[in-house]
Design a protein around this ligand. Structure first.
Ligand code: F6R
Length: 266
C-alpha cells in the first residue's frame, strides 16, 4: 500500500485527478472504475476542469461504476447513473455508450446481471484504475462488513449504518433503496491499480482498520492490503488515528522522487 497523507480534501481531490489523468494519457483504451458518494465529487470537478481547458480527452475512455441501486430507473434523480451524468459524463467528451453501471431491474435475475457485468469488464480488458471511497464501516463499493473477500458483482442488502449515512442524500418522503448491485471485493482487487480516497474524521477509524488492522471480512477495505498497487490518498483528519503517520510521510517523500523520475505508473 502506498499511503499518501495530504493537508486537506482539496489536495486529495487534485492528487487523485493527477493519477486519473495520467492513466487516461498513458493508455490507448483506458478503463476506469468509478465511485459515487461525496468524496469523489471534487475529483470529478477537477477532471471536468482539465477537459474544459483542453488538457484531457475522454474520447477513448470506458468506465465501470462500482455500484448502482437495485431496480432504479437510470433517469431517477437518485440513480448513480444520474450522479455520474451530473458530476462527470455530461461535461466531458466521453461516449456514454461506454459508461457502464451494474444495473438490475426487479424482473431481472441479479445473479445473471452480476455475471454479465463481470463479463463486460473482462471484455473491455479489465479495469486500469479503480477509484474507491470508504464507508465509515469499512465498506468499499457496497461490500458491507462480512462480505466475502472472494465476492464478485452481485446484489447486496445495505446495512443500517450505510442507510443511515446515505439518508442525508434523500428528501424526507423520498424512497431510499435498501438493496444495490455492487462489484465484489475480488472484482475490485482485479483492477491493475486501485486508488482509495478518504477525507474527514468520520473515516479515521475505518482508515486505520483498513491499513493496520487484520485482513478481515469485517472491514472489506482491509482486503486492499492484498493488492499489489493500492494507493491510499487521505487527508490529515482521515489519517488522524494512524500511529505510523510520520513513517508514511517520509516514505511518500521518497516515493515522490521516484515518481518524478519515472512517472506514476509502470
Ligand atoms: C459509492 C460507493 C461507496 C462510497 C462510500 C463512501 O459508489 O461505492 O462505497 O465510496 O460509501 O461514501 P462518501 O464518499 O459519500 O463518504
Amino acid at each position: 500500500m502506498q499511503i499518501i497523507i495530504l493537508e486537506n480534501a482539496e489536495q486529495v481531490a487534485s492528487g487523485a485527478a493527477q493519477w486519473v489523468a495520467e492513466v487516461i494519457k498513458q493508455k490507448t483504451n483506458p478503463v476506469l472504475g468509478l465511485a459515487t458518494g461525496s468524496t469523489p465529487i471534487s475529483l470529478y470537478k477537477q477532471l471536468v476542469e482539465y477537459h474544459q481547458k483542453g488538457q484531457l480527452s475522454f474520447e477513448n475512455v470506458t468506465t465501470f461504476n462500482l455500484d448502482e441501486y437495485h431496480n432504479i430507473e437510470a433517469e431517477n434523480p437518485q440513480s448513480y447513473r444520474t450522479f455520474m451524468k451530473q458530476n462527470l459524463f455530461d461535461h466531458v467528451n466521453i461516449d456514454q455508450e461506454k459508461t457502464y453501471l451494474p444495473t438490475c431491474r426487479n424482473d431481472q435475475n441479479p445473479r445473471v446481471q452480476g455475471l454479465a457485468y463481470e463479463e463486460q469488464i473482462k471484455n473491455a480488458g479489465g479495469v486500469d484504475l479503480q477509484i474507491l471511497g470508504i464507508g465509515a464501516n469499512g465498506h468499499i463499493g457496497f461490500n458491507e462488513p462480512t462480505s466475502s473477500l472472494a465476492s464478485r458483482t452481485r446484489i447486496k442488502t445495505l446495512t443500517k449504518q450505510t442507510l443511515q449515512d446515505n439518508s442525508r442524500l434523500f428528501k424526507k418522503d423520498e424512497y431510499q433503496p435498501t438493496m444495490a448491485m455492487t462489484m465484489g471485493i475480488a472484482t475490485i482487487l482485479d483492477a491493475r491499480y486501485v486508488l482509495l480516497m478518504a477525507t474527514g474524521k468520520n473515516k479515521a477509524a475505518a482508515v486505520k482498520q483498513m491499513i493496520t488492522g487484520p485482513v478481515t471480512a469485517m472491514c472489506p477495505a482491509s482486503a486492499l492490503q492484498m493488492h499489489e498497487n493500492a494507493i491510499i490518498l487521505i487527508d490529515k483528519d482521515a489519517a488522524s488515528e494512524l500511529t505510523e503517520q510520520e513513517y508514511f510521510q517520509w516514505a511518500n517523500q521518497e516515493h515522490q522522487k521516484i515518481n518524478q523520475t519515472f512517472g506514476l505508473f509502470i
